[in-house]
Structure formats: structure tokens, C-alpha cells
Design a protein around this ligand. Structure first.
Ligand SMILES: [Zn+2]
Length: 214
């Protein structure tokens, strides 16, 4: 079961171009699926702990929750790309993959003036077309080293998984959606305390992708 929360080494070897861990040797917090009704609360929690995050937003939710989207930017967090419709891209053909990814890039570019450099496929699922569409748009794929399990809405699960697997260079995934909203604050507080106990720092998300080094 933990296979899903913590991608195994062989996957990282098969896809070396994908970002799986934070090179900065700090915890990188990423928050998927927003903006949503819960975004403002999430921003308050992050401020309380002085943490910056990368928000992987969907184009559709950016259009729906425009004020929340602007608040994320204003709070100094980073917006990156989680596709337009939040579909399982692994099941989609070349045309659908390119349409969804092109469209989400366009939304972000028009509203922020910045072109996204990172893409995270919904559910972490992708195919060859997805990889090509990501590359064509000048982005790199970022997956994760640890899903917190907040999307289950079960804090006991979050506690078990993070206690077992939180490491110094973890790319951590939390969610800005309805199901996770029930446990988000409690989960973040637990993770912050755990990091402090283990003497891990949080990244301030200066985006350094492996591409920058080439
Ligand atoms: Zn998602």
C-alpha cells in the first residue's frame, strides 16, 4: 500500500528526467488541486508556520476561484501546472494530452505573465504523450517522494505515513480540495512539528530544477 505514497526506486531509474526529490536537501511542500473554497485557510496556516509552497493548480479551478488564485500569488507562493481538467492523462490520446496541457499553460501564462516550468500529472499518472506535451511546453515533470495521505481525510493515516517516511529532502504532497480540508491544518501542524524534531528545514521554494543546471 505504501508503494502509492512513496514511489519505489525503480520508477525513479526508469524516468530520470522526472523530479522525484528535492535537490536542495530541504522539505519541499507542494499543494495540489487548488484553488478551492479552502485556499484562504491554507494560506493562513502556511503563514502561521512561515512556510512557502508550490501550488500545482488546475486551469479549471484557477478560472473558477480567481480571487483565491491571486491570494496564493500575493502570499509569495509559487504557482505551477496541474493540467486543465484534472483527468487521468494516462488514458488519453495524444490530442487530448496536448490540448489539456497547452490550455493549462495558456491560463497560467495569461494570468501571471509567467510560463510554468513544472507540471504534475493528476493522480501522478501519465503516458508518452503526456511527457511529450510537457516537454513541448518547456516544462519538467515533478512527481513526489511522499504523499501525506491528507486526500483520504484521515489524520491517523497522515500521521502514520509522515512519521514513517518524512526525510530531509522530501517532496511532500498535500491537497487544496474538499476531502483534505478536514485534516489539512492538523496535518500541517503535525508535519511542522515532526520536521522540527528531526532538524529538517523547509525549502523556501526557489525553484531549482535540474534543467537550470544544464
Ligand atoms: Zn490532483
Amino acid at each position: 500500500m505504501d508503494f502509492f505514497y512513496r514511489p519505489p526506486k525503480f520508477l525513479k531509474l526508469i524516468f530520470p528526467d522526472i523530479i522525484w526529490e528535492n535537490e536542495e536537501d530541504k522539505i519541499l511542500l507542494t499543494i495540489d488541486d487548488g484553488p478551492s473554497d479552502n485556499t484562504m485557510r491554507i494560506l493562513d496556516s502556511l503563514d502561521r508556520f512561515g512556510i512557502k509552497a508550490i501550488f500545482f493548480c488546475t486551469g479549471k479551478n484557477i478560472e473558477k476561484y480567481f480571487n483565491e488564485f491571486n491570494a496564493i500569488i500575493k502570499s509569495g507562493h509559487i504557482i505551477q501546472n496541474h493540467g486543465y481538467e484534472h483527468k487521468r492523462m494516462i488514458l488519453r490520446n495524444r490530442k487530448k494530452n496536448f490540448e489539456d496541457i497547452d490550455r493549462s499553460c495558456q491560463v497560467i501564462r495569461e494570468l501571471t505573465g509567467n510560463t510554468p516550468v513544472l507540471y504534475r500529472p493528476p493522480y501522478g499518472l501519465f503516458n508518452l504523450h503526456t511527457l511529450q506535451a510537457v516537454r513541448k511546453n518547456g516544462m519538467q515533470m515533478m512527481l513526489w517522494s511522499l504523499l501525506t495521505g491528507d486526500h483520504t481525510g484521515d489524520f491517523a493515516a497522515v500521521r502514520r505515513i509522515t512519521n514513517s517516511y518524512l526525510e530531509r529532502n522530501t517532496i511532500l504532497v498535500m491537497h487544496d480540495n474538499r476531502k483534505a480540508s478536514v485534516v489539512f491544518d492538523q496535518s500541517l501542524e503535525h508535519i511542522v512539528n515532526l520536521a522540527e524534531e528531526r532538524h529538517f528545514d523547509f525549502s523556501l521554494t526557489e525553484l531549482k530544477t535540474s534543467r537550470d543546471k544544464k
